[in-house]
Design a protein around this ligand. Structure first.
Ligand SMILES: Cc1cc2nc3c(=O)[nH]c(=O)nc-3n(C[C@H](O)[C@H](O)[C@H](O)COP(=O)(O)OP(=O)(O)OC[C@H]3O[C@@H](n4cnc5c(N)ncnc54)[C@H](O)[C@@H]3O)c2cc1C
Length: 407
């Protein structure tokens, strides 16, 4: 059921109380709602937008996200929603870091328009029985009386609340006073470029390590367009619009920023919440800061965390108690472990003095490039890349040693 006419009395009556209220109908919210509805729980999703809705995003969907989607939504992959590629070009500004795309054949990367993908996921939640309120903005949450209050004054009660409301989460603000940490948060800027503006580009995506501080630039293929963007740690990129302009004007692009609509959004990486909620209120996806700080990937983690929150709540409801947080923390461990590793590993990639050796290692070692692609594709975790990186460092030290003793 979908509601977006709130003058209707039947909506007011229906909207009184649910086992679980989910705020936000993105990938995290749809995953949580579908899982709970499939288990027979009464669940509603409230979103301020009407779907399909725009969501600023590179639209890279990794193998990890695909696996999570298949597990949670129990559906085959709809390849009509994606452009795919099994290789990638790496750049540092104008410099291409290798002669052939990396690797010849690697794990696939998928690219989608969130406008279509998110609407599809929310449709699957509805199909399972979740009630969806679109065009309804949550303005307040009363955690004592367990009610959310919408912009039109409607109150909706809950036993459990799941905050899947993105980086500016009102749920996180209600619990912790702020939705994210200004010191660590990332920011991204993007433009959507029609395909015929880049006639020399094909479906191989591009990643440019020289285009932002503690971040990167990207050109990701879509069915009718390319998404070009730059993103990195917000406080280290005060001139991000200028960086985007430079990225667009690189000789391989030759685009003028003035010709496109530039859109920007925060990316919550680098400070995921150690305690993502309290007893009966859980945070998922961006609201919990579950975004990879190196690749910017958040869709796969959003789906998985939404599912984990639903499972933890289902167990609590079954056992007739109201503390789902400990179980949720256990279930999201694979996400937090991966984010923790990424937070450490970015110190091997992003600091200024490391960039030249990193670019050299990347140029020199096909295995390191493939390893990075496998991370980007969500095929491997960061501990795999540590090994490859250490091999390269050993090689560099040996090379230097030979140089010093003149052999
Ligand atoms: C520039 C940029 C590029 C990115 N590129 C990629 C990429 O290529 N691949 C990738 O995996 N990730 C990428 N990400 C990250 C990815 O977009 C997010 O991690 C992902 O969307 C998180 O999903 P979510 O369900 O947690 O939140 P969202 O998708 O943000 O959904 C939150 C929903 O909550 C609703 N909402 C918010 N507040 C309220 C309220 N008060 N009341 C009612 N509804 C509300 C919103 O309307 C929205 O629909 C990118 C992010 C940015 C900013």
């Amino acid at each position: 059921m979908v509601f977006n006419d709130y003058n209707n009395d039947s909506v007011k009556r229906l909207a009184q109380k649910f086992d679980v209220v989910v705020i936000g109908g993105g990938p995290a919210g749809s995953a949580a709602a579908r899982t709970l509805a499939s288990l027979g729980r009464s669940v509603c999703v409230i979103d301020k937008s009407k779907f399909p809705r725009q969501k600023l995003c590179g639209g890279l969907v990794t193998t990890r996200a695909k696996t999570n989607f298949e597990t949670v939504f129990e559906r085959d992959w709809r390849s009509d929603l994606f452009v795919s590629s099994d290789s990638v070009w790496f750049f540092q500004g104008e410099k291409k870091l290798h002669d052939k795309p990396t690797p010849d054949r690697g794990p696939p990367l998928f690219f989608t328009m969130r406008f279509d993908f998110d609407s599809y996921l929310l449709g699957l939640a509805k199909e399972a029985g979740a009630v969806v309120f679109e065009n309804l903005t949550v303005k307040g949450i009363d955690t004592r009386s367990k009610k959310v209050v919408a912009h039109n004054g409607n109150e909706i009660g809950y036993d459990f609340l799941i905050g899947c409301d993105g980086v500016n989460s009102i749920v996180a603000k209600t619990l912790f006073g702020t939705s994210f940490d200004q010191k660590t948060i990332g920011f991204g800027l993007e433009v959507e470029v029609p395909r015929d503006h880049l006639p020399n580009h094909n479906d191989i995506p591009e990643v440019d390590f020289g285009s932002a501080n503690w971040g990167y630039g990207w050109t990701f293929p879509k069915a009718k367009s390319f998404t070009l963007g730059v993103g990195g740690v917000h406080r280290l990129n005060p001139n991000l619009k200028q960086r985007l302009s430079e990225y667009l004007s690189l000789s391989r692009n030759e685009l003028d920023i003035a010709d496109y609509k530039v859109r920007g959004h925060f990316i919550p990486f680098g400070d995921y919440r150690e305690k993502p909620g309290n007893e009966c209120v859980l945070l998922c996806g961006d609201a919990a800061g579950y975004v990879d700080p190196i690749t910017g990937e958040g869709i796969g983690h959003a789906i998985l965390s939404g599912y984990c929150a639903a499972r933890a709540i289902e167990e609590a409801l079954d056992e007739k108690h109201f503390d789902a947080l400990p179980r949720y923390l256990e279930l999201v461990k694979p996400i937090t472990k991966s984010l923790h590793q990424a937070n450490l590993f970015r110190w091997m990639i992003f600091p200024k003095p490391i960039q030249a050796p990193f670019a050299w290692a990347f140029t020199d070692a096909g295995t390191l490039r493939s390893g990075y692609l496998e991370i980007l594709a969500g095929h491997h975790e960061y501990d795999h890349l540590y090994g490859l990186f250490l091999v390269q460092v050993r090689k560099a030290v040996k090379k230097l040693g030979r140089k010093l003793i003149g052999r």
